[in-house]
Ligand binder design. Structure first.
Ligand code: HEC
Length: 155
């Protein structure tokens, strides 16, 4: 290898290294966007149900069942790809996920399980009548909030 070709090889490796890092970074950014979109879909559907529960929107059994069904469907999706290492707050722009999310596995799973159970109960109740919706929505809101309190940084 001549001096020149060594230099070229090093430059090429450097360029590849940079490109590799750029791809990885954009994958992390995409994951943050995806999980936020997932959360926004929760919030939209829960907002419809909350409006009905508070009497701000007329109770509609079909619409309530649909919104609660959407939350249950969302909750059943695998989120494994949404939370890559290196996507905590401070590691990537726009993330409010606290680093503890990656180290408190057992507690995160317990909170996710409690959330899942509350969502299943809401999906069963929401389309029955207003009282059933009102009884089942609180635990879901609390389960969202419990996870945010521990694992989402304030705005
Ligand atoms: C197991 C934990 C967990 C549960 C359960 C959970 N969230 Fe989140 N949520 C998070 C984390 C962590 C973030 C911060 C994500 C980030 O900034 O990258 C977040 C972010 C959000 C955001 C802000 C999204 C954005 O665009 O910045 C909204 C809205 C939200 N959650 C709504 C909800 C609602 C509504 C529920 C319940 C139906 C819920 N979440 C359940 C952990 C959770």
């Amino acid at each position: 290898m001549t001096w020149n070709s060594r230099l070229l090889a090093a430059a090429a490796a450097g360029a590849l290294g940079l490109a590799g890092a750029a791809v990885a970074q954009s994958a992390v950014d995409a994951a943050v966007k995806a999980r936020k979109a997932h959360m926004q879909l929760y919030a939209f559907n829960l907002g419809v149900l909350g409006g009905m529960a508070k009497g701000e929107i007329a109770y509609d059994a079909g619409r309530a069942a649909e919104a609660a069904g959407n939350i249950a469907a969302l909750a059943s999706l695998s989120q494994a790809g949404y939370w890559p290492e290196g996507s905590a707050q401070g590691q990537v722009e726009g993330s409010r996920a606290l680093p503890a999310l990656w180290t408190n596995g057992d507690d995160v799973m317990a909170k996710a399980k409690a959330f899942q159970e509350a969502v299943t109960a809401l999906a069963a109740a929401a389309g029955t009548d207003l009282a059933a919706l009102q009884g089942a929505i609180g635990p879901v809101g609390q389960a969202c909030g419990a996870c945010h309190e521990s694992y989402r940084a304030p705005e």
